[in-house]
Design a binder for this molecule. Structure first.
Ligand SMILES: [Zn+2]
Ligand SMILES: [Zn+2]
Length: 331
């Protein structure tokens, strides 16, 4: 089974939140949250095309500088999305540095920033390096409700949760999973190679009659490639939920976002015995995280953002979350 992206938490569960989604093909990555990014190499940061930021508490945004520093000398845009007020936050961080060494002859690097209000992107701005990161308003593209990025192979959804302030949660959903049946490929005498990726993209996009260039065989229409070569199934889905109160409204939004996800990455900050602390700081307990995972019928649960108060019992939060997740009792 080939996956579109390989997700991994940037840090350990007691350290800053952040999820790195590494694309299997295309030398590309997406980040959910910009906490401490030190464990990521420059090469990994250079691949980041989009970073989606839940909110700008320092543990979720302090890594912006690390990302900027690496991407500064690459052409092409870096896309960022965050909650209301995010464009100002990015602007302030950019204005905090001295930029006398860049001008209109510099690499054409641009930062595109969007703000997600309630259920859609409501504001956009661009900060071009060639204009010394002077803020410019940008047009908002027309996307369906909750969708913040839409490409042929996948889209990204967002919901706005209450954490005292808005905190965004995100999910990547692959349009369709298209796999190659290796045995059939060999039997047909077709070679492996990049043409298979193009064919998969075309199938995901629903395009049936495009030409493919198959090495050793030549130009052939996708329509003439035997259907049995490909296995088409439901796409991969990964949800990321952090810094949220356990309110009814938040619960509904989380269950919508994480519905049937293959993998859910969700905060488990406090133990249930400290649920009052969780309620006061508008965070989830491990029990609540596990319960949400079970109700959303996710396949795989991953917990993070543990409070340092449990450092002397490091597996307790994980155990509590999985206890709630795996219970047999009716929902
Ligand atoms: Zn946090
Ligand atoms: Zn927070």
């Amino acid at each position: 089974m080939s996956w579109l992206v390989q997700p991994r938490l940037v840090n350990g569960p007691f350290d800053d939140p952040g999820l790195y989604l590494d694309f299997r093909f295309g030398r590309r990555a997406i980040l959910f949250d910009l906490g401490d990014l030190a464990p990521l190499s420059s090469r990994e940061l250079m691949r980041v095309s989009h970073a989606f930021v839940s909110h700008t508490h320092v543990d979720h945004f302090a890594g912006f500088d690390q990302l900027l520093r690496v991407c500064l000398h690459r052409p092409g845009p870096l896309h960022l999305l965050g909650p209301p007020g995010f464009i100002d936050r990015v602007d302030h961080r950019l204005q905090g540095f001295t930029w006398n060494l860049i001008d209109e002859t510099s690499v054409d690097f641009q930062i595109h920033v969007g703000e997600f209000w309630e259920d859609r992107i409501a504001r956009k701005a661009v900060f071009p390096a060639r204009q010394v990161f002077m803020r410019q308003d940008a047009e908002i593209s027309d996307l369906p409700q909750h969708v913040v990025l839409s490409e042929d192979d996948f889209h990204i959804e967002a919901v706005s949760l209450d954490h005292g302030i808005p905190s965004l949660a995100f999910a990547l959903r692959e349009t369709q999973r298209v796999n190659v049946r290796r045995g059939v490929l060999e039997r047909l005498g077709f070679p492996k190679g990049p043409w298979l990726n193009r064919a998969k993209s075309l199938i995901r996009a629903g395009t049936g009659d495009a030409d493919l260039d198959i090495p050793g065989i030549g130009q052939i229409s996708l329509r003439d490639v035997p259907e049995k070569l490909f296995f088409v199934g439901p796409g991969q889905s990964i949800a990321y939920v952090t810094d949220t109160a356990f309110s009814e409204e938040n619960r509904d939004k989380i269950l919508f976002l994480a519905r049937d996800a293959d993998q859910l990455f969700i905060e488990a900050v406090f133990l249930e015995r400290d649920h009052q602390l969780a309620a006061d700081s508008r965070h989830l307990t491990a029990f609540q995280a596990g319960l949400l995972a079970r109700k959303a019928r996710v396949r795989d649960l991953n917990v993070f953002h543990h409070s340092a108060r449990y450092l002397n019992e490091p597996t307790a939060l994980r155990h509590e979350a999985f206890w709630a997740f795996e219970q047999e009792a009716p929902l």
